[in-house]
Ligand binder design. Structure first.
Ligand SMILES: [Ca+2]
Ligand SMILES: [Ca+2]
Ligand SMILES: [Ca+2]
Ligand SMILES: [Ca+2]
Length: 337
């Protein structure tokens, strides 16, 4: 996002996190890091298989590309993420300048006109998602819809679906990038700016009751972390992939920076996927994320900031470095009802 929060605030927060969480870390990897959690490192910008997914020429113009890059261990990675953008149904627009859908509030949205997607059940639910920058939305392991805009303009979406309680929601979030494989974008003339992320979701039932919001009870894990000025700034402890020691500053030339990649478990969105080892999601305030100039969000604060069901921006511990984040929750568990 546009980093409207003062950088000093961010830096202070980052320092506090570092000192509170890692007072005595002196090496990058603890002995309990297992092989499958060791990242595969790439260095520099992806140069191969570059495909243009989307181009936006309005305000805040960006081109969203994907590409591939080879790691030092020989594995090949698609960056910023392997998506279903070209093959899956696009989520209905809540607010999307690229499609000319710009209601000034939820009262001007015709929900009944949006078809309900079959997620294997009878009860009707409506999900609302604002993601910086891209998301794919799963219920019980089935991909229901994808974000129609990978990078800009900032948009928001509606997913209506039929399921039975309880159901498991999986969201893949991608903080898009322009320097593929590096996590950098252009920003106010800076060629190597570190972009940041964040995602908010609300799910309501057919009566309009909010039954789920993004909060710290969700699980969230990163699978692509960049840019890393050095490989050693990334601290791994069990399932914790912590980049709070890594610089978040812009640079004049980031082409030699590194990226860490982990393989995505094929069944990560399934009901029975064991996410107990994943960290809980970290929440961020609207101010910290810098959402105040995004009508795709601010026109719908009665949805996203409802006093008694205030959805939080969630992500991993690093809103800046973690660019491909899988998030999960189960809605309507017995103890919640
Ligand atoms: Ca988007
Ligand atoms: Ca980023
Ligand atoms: Ca972003
Ligand atoms: Ca909120």
């Amino acid at each position: 996002m546009n980093r409207r929060a003062p950088r000093m605030l961010r830096s202070t927060a980052a320092l506090l996190t570092v000192f509170a969480a890692f007072p005595s870390v002196t090496h990058a990897q603890s002995p309990d890091v297992t092989n499958d959690q060791k990242p595969s490192f790439t260095q520099g910008e992806a140069q191969t298989d570059i495909i243009k997914l989307f181009k936006w020429t309005g305000s805040n113009p960006r081109t969203a590309n994907v590409g591939t890059i080879k790691a030092s261990d020989g594995t090949e990675w698609t960056v910023p993420a392997k998506t279903h953008f070209q093959s899956a149904p696009r989520a209905a627009d809540l607010y999307n300048e690229a499609n000319g859908v710009t209601p000034d509030g939820i009262d001007n949205v015709d929900l009944e006109a949006i078809p309900a997607i079959n997620a294997g059940g009878d009860e009707l639910f409506t999900g609302y998602v604002f993601g910086d920058n891209y998301f794919e939305f799963y219920v019980n392991g089935k991909l229901l819809a994808v974000d129609p805009v990978p990078m800009t303009p900032f948009n928001s979406n509606i997913i209506r679906f039929k399921a039975n309680r309880p159901f498991t929601v999986g969201i893949m979030g991608v903080d898009w990038e322009e320097r593929l494989g590096l996590g950098f974008e252009q920003f106010r003339g800076a060629p190597f700016h570190q972009g940041d992320a964040g995602l908010v979701a609300v799910i309501k039932d057919a009566a309009g009751e909010t039954i789920a919001i993004t909060d710290r009870s969700w699980k969230a894990q990163t699978f692509y972390t960049a840019p890393l000025k050095t490989k050693d700034c990334l601290v791994l402890r069990g399932a914790i992939r912590d980049s709070s020691n890594c610089s978040t500053e812009d640079t004049a030339d980031g082409t030699a920076y590194f990226a860490a990649h982990w393989p995505i478990p094929p069944n990560w969105a399934a009901v029975d996927f064991d996410d107990r080892g994943w960290p809980n999601a970290v929440t961020f305030t609207n101010d910290f994320v810098g959402v105040d100039n995004k009508p795709a969000y601010t026109n719908f604060t009665d949805l996203f900031d409802a006093p008694r069901a205030d959805a939080h921006f969630i992500w991993t511990s690093s809103l800046v470095h973690d660019n491909l984040v899988l998030m999960r929750t189960t809605v309507g568990k017995q103890q919640d009802q």
